[in-house]
Design a protein around this ligand. Structure first.
Ligand code: C2E
Ligand code: MG
Ligand code: MG
Ligand code: MG
Length: 277
């Protein structure tokens, strides 16, 4: 009986595995054309100054509306784009698209001339020797200065590419581009180690923010991270703020900026423009 059930479950397992492999290879194939097919677009999530409650900027987040499979999350397609190397050209498309949008907003809304665009960079982009030159070209093409651009990098990217990453970040900084450390706390690096890299902004990962609730006064880690970040001259963004409680606690701990569903979900370009209006 055990054997029979075992066999059955192997078949089911096999079937799901096969399905998954098929989906994966379809995504891999279709990703090559996804941009030229117009299936990939950006959403923009507001980043708020917790003290003034004003909009500081947006984080650009990639979306893929596949014509047969529907919405495919970045959590699913970005790892595939990284495995295949496609993240490099796609990443430049994101940069270019987001900078173009930012320039339009600066022009249409002079009161938002200091609005910043934050863009995620993957490890392969950091390893690309053409990174700095390409970013410079994109900024120039859109007549934007580097201080309007923030690039988000994870600690894993940094610690797996120490020499190269610190070279690349220095060159980006020489162009006034700001560097954010994304998802802080989910990797293995200590803040004192990360101090070797020229990081301006630390983004506290959502997993630390989501446990902040009135019945759980366990904010010591978040508090410690914020103080250490400040001691290292970094500003802090709390990610994944979903409640006013979290916003207030983070603000009272001295966290300068916040991002999360409590303020806004990622918005398409039309909705983000309405928000600016
Ligand atoms: P991330 O850079 O840490 O982006 C934040 C993620 O948290 C986004 O997920 C956002 O939609 C989600 N989020 C924001 N506020 C809340 C909240 O209050 N609650 C919850 N539950 N979630 C919130 P998304 O858009 O699915 O992106 C996932 C990840 O995919 C990003 O994490 C980033 O690592 C990657 N990604 C997205 N776009 C790009 C891109 O253009 N290039 C690269 N290399 N990676 C990207
Ligand atoms: Mg990010
Ligand atoms: Mg993040
Ligand atoms: Mg993330």
């Amino acid at each position: 009986r055990a054997k029979k059930r075992g066999k059955g479950s192997i078949e089911v397992f096999d079937h799901t595995l096969r399905q998954r492999a098929l989906r994966q290879s379809k995504i891999e194939t279709d990703l090559k054309q996804a941009i030229s097919q117009g299936e990939i677009y950006l959403e923009y999530q507001p980043i708020i100054n917790l003290e003034t409650e004003k909009l500081m900027g947006f984080e650009a987040l990639m979306r893929w509306q596949h014509k047969e499979l529907g919405m495919i999350s970045p959590g699913e397609f970005i790892p595939i784009a990284e495995e295949t190397g496609l993240i490099v050209p796609i990443g430049y498309w994101v940069l270019s698209q987001a900078c173009e949008q930012l320039k339009k907003w600066h022009e249409s809304f002079p009161e938002f001339e200091d609005l910043i665009m934050s863009i995620n960079l993957s490890a392969l982009q950091i390893k690309d020797p053409a990174l700095v030159k390409t970013v410079q070209e994109i900024l120039q093409a859109n007549n934007l200065s580097g201080n309007k651009l923030k690039l988000e990098i994870t600690e894993t990217t940094l610690i797996e590419n120490v020499e190269l990453a610190s070279e690349q970040l220095k060159k980006l900084k020489a162009n006034q581009i700001q560097i954010s450390l994304d998802d802080f706390g989910t990797g293995y690096a200590s803040l004192s180690y990360l101090q070797r890299f020229p990081v301006d902004v630390l983004k506290i990962d959502r997993s630390f923010v989501s446990v902040m609730a009135p019945d759980n006064h366990n904010f010591k880690i978040v508090q410690g991270v914020i103080s250490l970040a400040h001691a290292l001259n970094m500003t802090v963004i709390g990610e994944g703020i979903e409640t006013s409680y979290q916003e207030q606690e983070l603000a009272s701990l001295g966290c300068e900026f916040g991002q999360g569903y409590y303020f806004d979900k990622p918005l398409d370009a039309v909705c983000a423009t309405k928000l600016l209006n």
